[in-house]
Write a protein that binds this ligand. Structure first.
Ligand SMILES: [Zn+2]
Length: 756
C-alpha cells in the first residue's frame, strides 16, 4: 500500500492525474458547448434556407448604364440562350473532367462538404500565412450560385454549407453536377456551359476540344481576371493549370495535356455591341459584378449612373487616335503599338474619360487601368513633393553633376546619367524638375529618404509596389495610368486625395438607391506643398521639357520617357481636370529613338485638354493662406537683386523664403558688394529692402550659408558656396542665361516646333 505521507512521488502522480482529469473534463465541456452551438446555428439557419428544387426563372430585366449627363451608354443583359439547358449527355466527358480536376476532384466521394480538402487548405493557408486556398465543393458553389446571394458574410457561408448538405440529400451526384454546369457564371453575361461554349467558341458543349474545355473550366473562379478576350495571358495560365490537374488526376495523359497546351485557340470573333466608351463600360461592368454578383447585374434591372462625360470622352478618343505616332504606324501593321488616356476631375475623383487602347474591337485589354508600365520621369514629382512637404523649397539649390552609386549588396556601380550626359552645376529644385535632371532626382531621393518617398507616393494613390531602391528616382516601378492620374490629382486638388470613382450611384428596379459612395476626400499633403509643387510643374510646361503641352491657361505637368524609349508619358492637370497619357508597345519594344514623352505624348495631351476645356472658363490654381511670393534669381535661388537678369516670381511656404540676395546682372556695380572671409564664406553687402520694408544700412553683413551637404536641415537657407558659385558662373559665361530646354531634358527632347 502506498503511504502518501512518506513519498512525494504518488502525490505528484495524483497531481498529474488530476490535471489529465481536468483536461478531459474541459474537453468534454468544450465538445458539449461546440455541439450545442452547432445545433443552434444549424437550427437557426435551416429555417432561413430557400427551397431546393429546379427553380423557375423570373422575367429578366436589363441593367442600364448612364453617363454624367444621364445619356444611356450601355445596357447589360445576359446571353440569349441562357434558358437552353443541356443534359449531362450533351456535355463532353473532357469538359466534365476539366471541372472536376480544377474545382472538386473528390466530388463523387464527399457529401457536399469536402473535409479532407478543408483540412488540406487550412494547413496550406497556415503554412503560407494567409488565405490562399478555398475549399468550396461543386455542391457548395451550386448552393451559392443558384440559391444564395454573393455577399461574403459568415452567415452566408454557414447557409451555403447547410444548403450543400440539403442538395446532396435531395439530388443524385449526376443531377447536382448537371445543375451546376448549367448554373455557373462564365463572364460576358453567360451562365451555364451552353451559353459559355457559344460565347467563347461558337460551339455546342459536346463539340469542345480538350484545350477549349480547359479554358472554360478555368473561368468560373474569376471570370473577369481569366477572360480570354481581355486577358489572354491569364486565361492561358489558367488553362495550363487545368490541364496539369487533369493529368494529375489521371483524366488525361501528360502527352494529351501538352498537346492541348500547344493547340492555338480560336476564340469566336463576335460582332460586339459597339457601346460608347467601351473600355469604361467594361470597367463599370466589372466593378458592378464585384459588388453585386452577376445575377443582380444582368437580371434585376439596375440603373447605373456613372461619371463619364461623353463630350470629354469623345475629345479623348479623337486626340488619342490622332497622335502622330499612331498615324505613322497604322494599327493593322503595328497592333502592339498601344497606349492609354485617362482623365479625372481631381476634386471629385470622377473619371471623365477613359481610352484603354487604340481599338476595343481589336483588343479589350484596358491599358488605362490594367497596364503596368514604368512611369519614368513622371515619377519625379513624388520625390519633389516629399522634399517640399518636409520643408525644402522650390529654390533649394543642389548640384547637378555626374554621380555614381555602389550597391552595398551586389557591389555593382550605377551611374544614372543626365540626358546626353549634360550637367548644369548648381540648380534650384524648380529648374531641376523643369529640365528633368536625373542626377538631382537621385540625390534628392537619397536626401529625402526612399521610405519617405514611398510612403507619400502610396498616400497620394499609387497602389502598386514600389521598390526600396534609388532607381525609383528614375521611375523604376510599374504603375497604371489610372494610378498616375489619380495621384497627380492630389497636387491639383490642394493636397486632398479623392479616390477615382466611376459609379455615382446605383438604383434598383424599385427606385431604391442601393449604392452611393459619397465624397471620400482625404487630406494627404499640406495645401502649401501642393501649391508649390503645382508652380514647379507649371514651369515644366512653361519652360521645361513639357512645352509641347502648353494650352494657354494655367496647367502643370510632367513628361516621362523610360530607358531606350520604351514608354512615353505625359501626366498633367488644370485645376479641374487631370489627365495621364502613355504610349508604348504591349511587348515593350522600344518606340524608337527620340520618341520621348515631351515630343510624342505632350502634343496629344495638349490637343485633348484644349478640346476638353474648350467651353470652360479659365481657372487658376487656388493659393492657400500660408504662401509668400518672391522674385527669385534662377541661378542662385536667392532673392533677385535689382539688376538680376534671370529672375522669376516664386511661391514659398511662409517662413521658408530665402533671406539673402544674389549679386549679379551688374558686375561693375556689384564688385564691392561682397568679400570672402577667412572661412571661405562669401559675405554679401545687402542694400535692399528687408522684409519689414526697412532699408538696411549699407554694410550690414549677411552670411551666405553653404548648402548643407550632409544632414538635411529644412530651415537652411538655400544658397551657393563660393566654389559652387564659380560653377554657376562658368555655366553663365557660356553665353545664354540658362540652357534652353530643347537641349537639356534628361532623356527627352521636346518637339522641334515649340510654337508657343
Ligand atoms: Zn541673380
Amino acid at each position: 500500500m502506498l503511504t502518501t505521507e512518506v513519498k512525494p512521488k504518488p502525490k505528484k502522480r495524483s497531481l498529474v492525474f488530476s490535471f489529465i482529469k481536468f483536461c478531459f473534463f474541459m474537453f468534454l465541456m468544450l465538445t458539449v458547448i461546440v455541439a450545442g452551438a452547432v445545433i443552434g446555428v444549424v437550427k437557426t439557419f435551416s429555417d432561413q434556407l430557400p427551397e431546393v428544387g429546379y427553380h423557375t426563372y423570373k422575367p429578366k430585366l436589363n441593367t442600364k448604364v448612364y453617363d454624367s449627363n444621364n445619356a444611356q451608354i450601355a445596357e447589360f443583359h445576359e446571353v440569349e440562350n441562357r434558358t437552353e439547358k443541356v443534359k449531362m449527355t450533351e456535355i463532353s466527358l473532357k469538359l466534365q473532367q476539366a471541372f472536376l480536376a480544377i474545382e472538386d476532384s473528390r466530388f463523387y466521394e464527399h457529401y457536399g462538404i469536402d473535409f479532407v480538402r478543408i483540412i488540406g487548405a487550412a494547413v496550406s493557408n497556415w503554412r503560407s500565412g494567409g488565405i490562399r486556398q478555398g475549399a468550396s465543393t461543386i455542391t457548395q458553389q451550386l448552393a451559392r450560385n443558384a440559391f444564395l446571394t454573393q455577399e461574403q458574410t459568415f452567415a452566408r457561408k454557414i447557409k451555403e454549407i447547410l444548403l450543400a448538405f440539403k442538395i446532396e440529400q435531395k439530388f443524385s451526384k449526376q443531377e447536382i453536377f448537371e445543375l451546376y454546369l448549367n448554373e455557373i457564371y462564365f463572364g460576358h453575361g453567360a451562365w451555364g456551359v451552353a451559353s459559355a461554349s457559344e460565347i467563347y467558341f461558337g460551339k455546342k458543349p459536346a463539340d469542345l476540344s480538350l484545350a477549349e474545355a480547359a479554358i472554360l473550366a478555368g473561368l468560373p473562379k474569376n471570370p473577369s481576371r481569366n477572360d480570354p478576350f481581355i486577358n489572354p495571358k491569364k486565361a492561358k495560365e489558367r488553362q495550363v493549370l487545368v490541364l496539369n490537374k487533369m493529368a494529375e488526376h489521371g483524366f488525361i495523359t501528360k502527352e494529351q495535356a501538352s498537346a492541348a497546351k500547344d493547340m492555338p485557340l480560336h476564340l469566336k470573333t463576335t460582332k460586339k455591341e459597339i457601346t460608347r466608351a467601351p473600355y469604361f463600360v467594361e470597367y463599370v461592368r466589372t466593378e458592378l459584378i464585384n459588388k453585386f454578383g452577376p445575377k443582380k447585374v444582368y437580371t434585376s434591372g439596375l440603373k447605373v449612373y456613372t461619371t463619364i462625360d461623353l463630350d470629354i470622352q469623345k475629345a479623348a478618343e479623337e486626340a488619342f487616335l490622332n497622335a502622330k505616332i499612331y498615324k505613322d504606324n497604322p494599327l493593322d501593321t503595328h497592333p502592339t503599338l498601344q497606349g492609354a488616356l485617362i482623365s479625372l476631375d481631381p476634386q471629385s475623383g470622377y473619371i471623365k474619360a477613359m481610352v484603354g487602347g487604340r481599338s476595343y474591337e481589336q483588343s479589350e485589354f484596358n491599358r488605362a487601368t490594367q497596364a503596368k508600365r514604368q512611369p519614368g520621369s513622371t515619377f519625379k514629382p513624388f520625390i519633389y513633393t516629399a522634399a517640399i512637404q518636409m520643408g525644402m523649397s522650390a529654390n533649394s539649390v543642389m548640384t547637378d553633376e555626374p554621380i555614381e552609386k555602389v550597391n552595398p549588396y551586389t557591389g555593382k556601380v550605377w551611374r544614372p546619367a543626365n540626358y546626353e550626359s549634360r550637367y548644369f552645376g548648381d540648380v534650384t529644385l524648380k529648374t531641376a524638375l523643369e529640365k528633368s535632371l536625373n542626377s538631382i532626382a537621385v540625390k534628392l531621393l537619397e536626401k529625402v529618404g526612399i521610405q519617405r518617398v514611398i510612403d507619400i507616393t502610396h498616400k497620394m494613390g499609387i497602389k502598386s509596389h514600389l521598390g526600396n531602391n534609388l532607381s525609383l528616382a528614375l521611375g523604376a516601378c510599374d504603375v497604371t495610368p489610372l494610378e498616375m492620374a489619380s495621384s497627380y490629382g492630389v497636387i491639383a486638388n490642394g493636397g486632398i486625395r479623392v479616390p477615382p470613382t466611376a459609379i455615382i450611384k446605383v438604383v434598383d428596379n424599385e427606385g431604391n438607391v442601393i449604392y452611393d459612395p459619397g465624397y471620400r476626400g482625404e487630406k494627404v499633403l499640406e495645401p502649401e506643398t501642393a501649391f508649390v509643387m503645382t508652380e514647379m510643374m507649371r514651369g515644366v510646361i512653361e519652360q521645361g521639357t513639357g512645352t509641347s503641352a502648353k494650352i494657354g491657361r494655367p496647367a502643370a505637368g510632367k513628361t516621362g520617357t523610360t530607358n531606350n524609349y520604351i514608354d512615353a508619358w505625359f501626366v498633367g492637370f488644370t485645376p479641374n481636370l487631370v489627365s495621364a497619357i502613355y504610349v508604348g508597345n504591349d511587348d515593350r519594344k522600344p518606340l524608337g529613338s527620340g520618341k520621348s514623352g515631351g515630343r510624342t505624348v505632350g502634343p496629344v495631351w495638349r490637343e485633348f485638354m484644349l478640346a476638353a476645356v474648350k467651353d470652360k472658363p479659365v481657372v487658376d490654381f487656388k493659393e492657400p493662406a500660408n504662401i509668400t511670393k518672391k522674385q527669385i534669381c534662377r541661378e542662385t535661388g536667392l532673392i533677385a537683386c535689382e539688376t538680376c537678369t534671370n529672375k522669376t516670381l516664386q511661391s514659398f511656404k511662409r517662413g521658408l523664403e530665402p533671406e539673402s540676395m544674389c549679386s549679379h546682372g551688374a558686375p561693375d556695380e556689384g564688385i564691392d558688394d561682397y568679400f570672402v572671409n577667412q572661412d571661405g564664406e562669401k559675405i554679401i553687402i545687402d542694400y535692399t529692402e528687408s522684409e519689414e520694408g526697412e532699408v538696411s544700412e549699407a554694410g550690414d553683413e549677411i552670411t551666405v550659408e553653404t548648402e548643407d551637404a550632409g544632414a538635411f536641415d529644412p530651415n537652411a537657407v538655400a544658397a551657393a558656396s563660393p566654389a559652387e558659385k564659380k560653377q554657376v558662373a562658368s555655366v553663365k559665361v557660356g553665353g545664354k542665361p540658362a540652357p534652353s530646354s530643347e537641349e537639356s531634358d534628361d532623356e527627352e527632347i521636346t518637339a522641334d516646333g515649340e510654337e508657343e
